[in-house]
Write a protein that binds this ligand. Structure first.
Ligand code: AMP
Ligand code: MG
Length: 414
C-alpha cells in the first residue's frame, strides 16, 4: 500500500487513508478516575447497573397517596412521608401526605396532586377529599423505570457526557475505568514560521496551525505532550521526530510533506519508520502523509503529516486525526462524522479530487441549506472560522443550487 516516491502520481482515496490509519491500531492503556475527573473521557469497559433507578416507587408530585378505589371519598390522612423518609404500609381506607421523591407506601397505588384535593377545615384530624376517576400508577415513578439492575448501563467506548456521569452517580459509582488520553506531539515545520509575540521580518508568517490544532486535538481527547517548531532541515526533523516518538502515541506534523526540496517530513519518516500512505485525492490537503515509527519498547507511534496550509490541516484534523484518536481510544463514534443531507445554495465542479468545502448551514423549507464560503482557497482560514460543516463534493461532479449534497457537521461532540 505504501506510496513512497514523489514520481508516482497515484492519489489515494480518503477511504483508503482511513483504512491505513486503523491498521494495527492498539488500544491505549486505561486508568481509574474519580467520577467528576472523568468528564469527557472514554469509558474503557462496559458498566452494568447494580441498582434499580429509581430504587423504590416514588411520588412524581406533591400530593396524596391512596388506593385508587377510594376515588371521590373523604379519607383520613394517616401518615406524612417526606422525601428521604421511610414509608409505613398505608392504613386501610386512608391516604398519606407525600411530596415529590417521597416513597409511595405499600397499599397505595396512585398519587393525586395536591391541587386536586380538598381538605376539611376546622377539625382536629383533617380529612382529604379525593377526585373522581383515579387510575393505578397515576403520578408514581415506578421502581426501575429508568434503569433496571443487571442491565447494561453504559458500554465501553462511550464518552462520559453530563448525563452519563449522572447515570453512573445514580448507581453509587465513585470511580470509573477510562482510556488514557492519547499523548500527542505537535510539530510545526517551516523556516518562515514565527510564534506570535515576535515581530515579523519580511517573508515570515505567524504559526497559526499550532494553537488551532492544539484546540482541535484537545477537543478530540488528546493530551498534548510536546510542541515544537522545526526549520526546513532534514537533520533537525529527524532528531525531533525521534524525540517525539519516545514521548507520544501520535505525532502530528504540519507542513513539509509536499514535493519541494524544502519538504523533509516524508523522507525522514520513511528513513526512521514506515510511510503507510502519501498524497490523497482530496481538496484541500492533497499532500497528507500517514506513517508510523517504532519506539524503544517496540510499541508503535503513529505519524500524521498534515499539509502546512491552515485550511488543509484543519480539514485533515477533522477527517483523519479524529478517527485516529478514536481508534486509539476505542470510541467508535469518532470513526466518522455524521452525514447530514442538505441542499446546495451554490454551484461548483470538481475534478479527480473530492472537495471538502467549508459551508454554513441554515434551516430552509425543505431541510438544511448549505451556503459555501466564496473563497475556498486552502490559505483562507477565515472560511473555517465561520463554517458549520464540510460539504462533501464527490470527484468529477457538477453541483448547482438546489442539488442534494452531504455535509459533515463540525460538531463539538465526539
Ligand atoms: P508546506 O505544506 O510546508 O508547503 O506549507 C504550505 C503553506 O502553508 C505555505 O504557504 C506555508 O507558509 C503555510 N504554512 C505552513 N505551516 C504553517 C503554519 N504552522 N501556520 C500558518 N501557515 C503555515
Ligand atoms: Mg513548508
Amino acid at each position: 500500500m505504501a506510496e513512497s516516491t514523489a514520481t508516482n502520481d497515484k492519489l489515494h482515496s480518503v477511504e483508503c487513508a482511513l483504512k491505513a490509519l486503523r491498521e494495527d491500531i492498539g488500544l491505549l492503556k486505561t486508568e481509574w478516575l474519580a467520577l467528576e475527573a472523568a468528564a469527557g473521557r472514554i469509558l474503557a469497559t462496559d458498566v452494568l447497573a447494580t441498582l434499580d433507578v429509581p430504587p423504590f416507587d416514588a411520588s412524581a408530585m406533591d400530593g396524596y397517596a391512596l388506593d385508587h378505589r377510594h376515588a371521590e371519598s373523604w379519607l383520613p390522612i394517616s401518615q406524612r412521608i417526606a422525601a428521604g423518609d421511610t414509608a409505613l404500609p398505608l392504613t386501610p381506607s386512608s391516604c398519606a401526605r407525600l411530596f415529590t421523591g417521597s416513597p409511595v407506601p405499600d397499599g397505595a397505588d396512585c398519587v393525586v396532586m395536591q391541587e386536586r384535593v380538598e381538605l376539611s377545615e376546622g377539625v382536629s384530624e383533617p380529612q382529604a377529599l379525593m377526585p373522581a376517576a383515579l387510575t393505578p400508577g397515576d403520578n408514581i415513578r415506578l421502581r426501575g423505570q429508568d434503569i433496571t439492575a443487571g442491565h447494561l448501563l453504559l458500554s465501553a467506548g462511550t464518552q462520559l457526557n453530563a448525563a452519563a456521569l449522572g447515570m453512573l452517580a445514580a448507581q453509587g459509582i465513585t470511580q470509573v475505568e477510562v482510556r488514557c488520553r492519547p499523548r500527542v506531539a505537535l510539530l510545526s515545520t517551516g523556516d518562515e514560521l514565527v510564534d506570535p509575540g515576535t515581530p515579523l521580518k519580511p517573508g515570515q508568517i505567524y504559526n497559526s496551525n499550532r494553537p488551532m490544532l492544539s484546540e482541535i486535538l484537545t477537543r478530540f481527547g488528546a493530551d498534548i505532550v510536546l510542541t515544537g517548531s522545526l526549520p526546513d532541515c532534514a537533520d533537525t526533523t529527524r532528531e525531533q521526530l525521534k524525540k517525539a516518538a519516545e514521548l507520544a502515541d501520535v505525532i502530528v506534523t504540519t507542513g513539509g510533506v509536499s514535493v519541494g526540496e524544502e519538504d523533509h517530513v516524508r523522507a525522514v519518516l520513511e528513513s526512521l519508520g514506515r510511510l503507510d500512505l502519501w498524497r490523497l485525492a482530496l481538496r484541500p490537503g492533497k499532500p497528507l502523509a500517514l506513517g508510523r515509527m517504532s519506539r524503544g519498547d517496540h510499541s508503535i507511534c503513529r505519524v500524521l503529516g498534515l499539509p502546512g496550509n491552515p485550511v488543509s490541516s484543519f480539514v485533515g484534523a477533522w477527517l483523519f486525526l479524529r478517527p485516529l484518536l478514536g481508534a486509539l481510544l476505542g470510541a467508535p463514534q469518532m470513526a466518522s462524522l455524521p452525514e447530514w443531507p442538505a441542499i446546495s445554495n451554490f454551484s461548483t465542479r470538481t475534478g479527480p479530487r473530492r472537495h471538502y468545502m467549508r459551508v454554513r448551514l441554515h434551516a430552509g423549507k425543505e431541510g438544511l441549506c448549505a451556503d459555501a464560503f466564496a473563497n475556498q482557497d486552502s490559505g483562507v482560514l477565515s472560511s473555517c472560522f465561520a463554517a458549520d460543516a464540510l460539504a462533501v463534493i464527490p470527484e468529477n461532479t457538477r453541483i448547482e443550487p438546489g442539488d442534494h449534497i452531504i455535509c459533515l457537521p463540525l460538531s463539538n461532540d465526539f
